[in-house]
Write a protein that binds this ligand. Structure first.
Ligand code: GDP
Length: 177
């Protein structure tokens, strides 16, 4: 049981990026609040949410940043990436274009983020398998080429969301500890 008075050992900043409407905000609220909001659209100005968890006996505060819609104008600034130790790069498995843009997002990360950043490629909306436009193998191949972790998630059902974040946070812990 967390009383809120424990001493935080580490704060890990993780950014969520990817095209508009792939489910970034919903993945974040699933992970930090275990919620999925049907009337989606995060308030502009709310920059991050946190969740505190334990990894190898250490208390870690995960600070998860949302672009708050900036990506629509291709205006994600370098300030957004500053200090980020992890990135969740999200596409929508039902929208091929959002996967075709993933390479651009990787370039953006390589240009603006720390070179040791841990990147997880996420194919979201896995609950919509009957509308799938991106075969899992295509994403696996891209992730292997680029040295990214990969998972398919559903913010709607919650499938794989926690495990994807934990994977990244454990990896970051391995880098910083
Ligand atoms: P963002 O622009 O990337 O932050 O995307 P949002 O989180 O606002 O989600 C865009 C739309 O996709 C909203 O209508 C969400 O309800 C919907 N959505 C997000 N994640 C999922 C998911 O895992 N499954 C389904 N079926 N819909 C989702």
């Amino acid at each position: 049981v967390m009383t809120g008075h424990e001493k935080i050992d580490y704060v890990f900043k993780v950014v969520v990026i990817g095209d508009s409407a792939v489910g970034k905000t919903q993945i974040l609220s699933r992970f930090t609040k275990n919620e999925f909001c049907l009337d989606s659209k995060s308030t502009i100005g709310v920059e991050f949410q946190t969740r505190t968890l334990t990894i190898q006996g250490k208390l870690i505060k995960a600070q998860i940043w949302d672009t708050a819609g900036q990506e629509r104008y291709r205006a994600v600034t370098s300030a957004y990436y500053r200090g980020a130790l992890g990135a969740m790069l999200v596409y929508d498995i039902t929208k091929r274009q959002t996967f075709d843009h993933v390479a651009r997002w990787v370039e953006e990360l390589r240009a603006h983020a720390d070179s040791s950043i841990v990147i997880m490629l996420i194919g979201n909306k896995a609950d919509l398998g009957d509308q799938r436009a991106v075969p899992t193998e295509d994403a696996v191949e891209f992730a292997e080429e680029q040295g990214l972790f990969f998972s398919e998630t559903s913010a709607f059902s919650g499938d794989n969301v926690d495990s994807a974040f934990f994977r990244v946070l454990e990896e970051i812990y391995g880098v910083v500890s």
